[in-house]
Design a binder for this molecule. Sequence first.
Ligand SMILES: [Zn+2]
Length: 65
Amino acid sequence: MEEMPRRIAPSTDRAAAALLLGCTANQVGYCGRCQGLTRRYGPAAQVVCAACRAAEAPSRDDSAG
Ligand SMILES: [Zn+2]
């Protein structure tokens, strides 16, 4: 089974989220899709969180046209 990245709930403490994300607390912001916490600011910023990116990534496409 593939391991899906976990969404970080918006109620999560910024400092705790920063530890999970491997960034600093002032780089933490809300995901543009799910409003979970992600590394929203800084040099490696991701507007969309890892969980949403994983859900969106086309791992397989059975209905290719
Ligand atoms: Zn998200």
